[in-house]
Design a protein around this ligand. Structure first.
Ligand code: TYD
Length: 637
């Protein structure tokens, strides 16, 4: 409509009018979101849905009747505010209408609310095609608006028929700006945020100038609808594809690459003066941006705490800001840059303002994508192309240098592999040890999972003595020796026999716990404790120790009360333990993998798998089949 009302103006004024409309339509989401959430929680939602639909209908119908630019812009803003109310009320009502459990219900809500966008874009393209064929130039846009009003009427009727929409009671939505200023917490989340802002900027830049760009290429409203449909389908398909594509490939690398690919698609669609190519490139851009979005969401969601919506709220906020920057900046830039003709000997190349503005947006997206890739890369030093090629074949790539260094050791290994998990309280070692064991078993290995203290019969009695809060006055040396006694029994009766039969032993805690807790924590000489433990274990050292690092207050908060004797030690004790673990690990980086335990569980598991992969015996040792009574079915991954 705005394009139709400004058709007598020059191209730059039209671009700005269309872009301005998009800004007005995005603004409510930034400014009024919390208000909408609040209303959805307090007001009768059925009523809210009905009122929003009826008002939207009225406003949309008046636009072609009035036929003025100012009212059209105001209507865009009003309809967008009402849609915000509608979406929040619908989102708040869905959990009660869907039988799924909580986290799935939230995902269903997103799908239900945004899923029909591609269908809407196709409907628009069809309506525009009909209007182009049947109506005069002046009234072409009217048909689309009347159809929209009709859709609102259908929606109102549907809401009126659904009886069990609950009245009130859902949590209010977080304010996007507030979420943004609170920040994401970790550096990795910041990198993810940068990637998502860039992907969103690229997609919104296309939407912002699509009307003008298709006009330049002779496409009109139907062409515009096709471009929007391409974008919407691409986005939806990309969101679906993200978690399913190149499964063995690092998700963080994939995220960076998707943004870079979106930038390249944007550059091509800016430069090529052909509507068909532009439609296809827009769809590709959508696929990459959508894949980036779902990859990022999966990367920041903690499977342990799916109810924590802060990371996803942060991503939504940065996406919104990226889109807003694009719709505010790109149309005026297109207007300001204007058209230029390049003479190329026998032909000429028309370089329009919208091409130039999209090219600039592509460069900004590309730079952000590369920065995000660098910041997020969790496979530093591993070349990208072979890594990608291996992932296409469903494998994880191991660089030849590492493979050569590892080769003699795993292949000729005569004993099993020993992996220890260490860390302070609540670091999640038990979970990660379990995940690693499951993964190893899946690959056909004979795995023994165990823990300290208390993995043997005697050990259980020692554990009770050591951790019972009624044990008072136990001297530090006695405590050290009791842990060492437990460990000696553990090695002799569990670890050694398993290693001798070629199994992989995964232990939750080992000697380093004594060095950190009894040595650094209790402030006893660490060398003495190391000597006692070397004697107790017969000098058995893990092939790999995974250290999960977490600040004591965060770790202790994760634990259910009541605390045991060691957990209830004062805060500075736990600080010393943490520093002790770090010092041990940093002194021997070849044998340790240090991980930030606040990162999402799935990412940690993946990094641990990479590292374990390098020290595994290959092939699976003979005899494993007898021990596990399973086939070593999947050797590669
Ligand atoms: P654990 O059963 O692993 O509990 P969690 O990992 O859930 O904290 O460990 C029990 C406690 O024993 C733990 O607080 C750390 C302490 N500990 C030592 O102080 N020294 C040691 O050598 C070991 C193995 C554990």
């Amino acid at each position: 409509m705005v394009a139709a009302l400004t058709r007598d103006d020059d191209l730059s004024a039209r671009a700005q009018a269309v872009g301005g409309t998009l800004v007005l339509m995005l603004l409510p989401a930034v400014l009024l979101w919390p208000l909408a959430g609040l209303l959805a929680a307090r007001v009768d939602r059925r009523l809210m849905l009905l009122v929003a639909d009826v008002l939207r209908l009225v406003v949309v119908v008046t636009v072609p009747l009035v036929g003025m630019l100012a009212w059209t812009l105001a209507a865009a803003f009003l309809v967008s505010c009402l849609s915000l109310l509608w979406v929040e009320a619908a989102r708040a009502s869905l959990p009660a209408l869907s039988p799924d459990e909580e986290p799935r219900a939230a995902r269903t809500a997103t799908r239900v609310v945004y899923g029909p966008a591609p269908a809407a874009a196709v409907l628009f393209a069809v309506v525009a095609l009909v209007a182009d064929a049947a109506l005069s130039r002046g009234s072409r846009a009217d048909l689309a608006l009347y159809v929209t009003a009709g859709v609102f009427a259908v929606s109102a009727a549907a809401v009126a028929m659904i009886r069990d929409i609950p009245a009130a009671g859902a949590p209010a939505a977080p304010a996007p700006l507030k979420v943004l200023f609170q920040g994401p917490g970790t550096a990795a989340a910041r990198g993810t945020g940068l990637a998502i802002a860039a992907a969103s900027l690229a997609a919104a830049a296309v939407a912002a100038v699509a009307r003008v760009r298709t006009g330049e290429l002779g496409g009109g409203d139907a062409g515009y609808g096709t471009v929007l449909a391409g974008l919407a389908f691409g986005l939806a398909f990309g969101v679906f594809l993200g978690p399913r594509v190149l499964v063995p490939f690092s998700r963080r690398r994939l995220l960076g690459l998707a943004v870079v690919a979106a930038a390249l698609a944007l550059a091509v669609l800016a430069l090529v003066q052909n509507l068909v190519v532009v439609v296809f490139m827009t769809a590709f851009l959508g696929v990459f941006a959508g894949a980036a979005r779902s990859t990022a969401t999966a990367a920041v969601t903690d499977p342990e705490a799916p109810e924590d919506t802060r990371p996803t709220a942060y991503l939504s906020s940065v996406a919104l800001v990226g889109a807003l920057v694009a719709v505010i900046a790109v149309p005026p830039a297109a207007g300001a840059l204007g058209s230029h003709r390049l003479d190329l000997g026998d032909g000429a190349y028309d370089f329009t303002g919208s091409s130039a503005a999209l090219l600039i947006a592509a460069v900004v997206t590309l730079v952000c994508g590369l920065l995000a890739y660098r910041r997020l890369d969790d496979r530093r030093g591993v070349p990208l192309v072979p890594d990608l090629r291996a992932a296409v074949h469903g494998e994880i790539y191991t660089p030849p240098r590492e493979a050569a260094a590892d080769a003699p050791q795993p292949v000729h290994r005569e004993r099993g592999v020993f992996i220890a998990f260490e860390g302070g309280e609540g670091a999640g070692k038990t979970t990660q040890a379990r995940l690693a064991a499951i993964w190893l078993r899946d690959h056909g290995y004979d795995v023994v999972t165990t823990h300290e203290p208390g993995a043997t019969k005697i050990g259980m009695r020692l554990r009770a003595m050591l951790l019972d809060r009624d044990t008072t006055g136990l001297s530090d040396r006695a405590e050290t020796l009791l842990y060492a006694a437990d460990r000696a029994d553990h090695v002799a009766n569990v670890i050694k026999p398993a290693m001798e039969r070629g199994a992989i032993v995964v232990s939750d805690r080992y000697v380093d716990s004594s060095l950190a807790y009894q040595g650094f924590g209790r402030q006893q000489p660490v060398e003495d404790i190391a000597r006692v433990n070397a004697w107790a274990t017969g000098g058995l050292v893990p092939d790999l120790t995974v250290l999960l690092e977490i600040p004591p207050e965060a770790g202790l908060r994760r634990l259910p009360a009541p605390a045991d004797r060691i957990e209830s030690e004062p805060r500075d004790f736990h600080e010393r333990v943490r520093a002790g673990f770090r010092a041990l690990a940093e002194a021997d980086p070849d044998r340790y993998l240090i991980l930030d335990a606040s990162r999402p569980q799935s990412e940690l598991a993946r990094e641990i798998q990479y590292r374990i992969h390098a020290i595994l015996p290959d092939p699976v040792p003979a005899g494993t089949e007898d021990a596990t009574s399973t086939f070593p079915a999947i050797r590669d991954f």
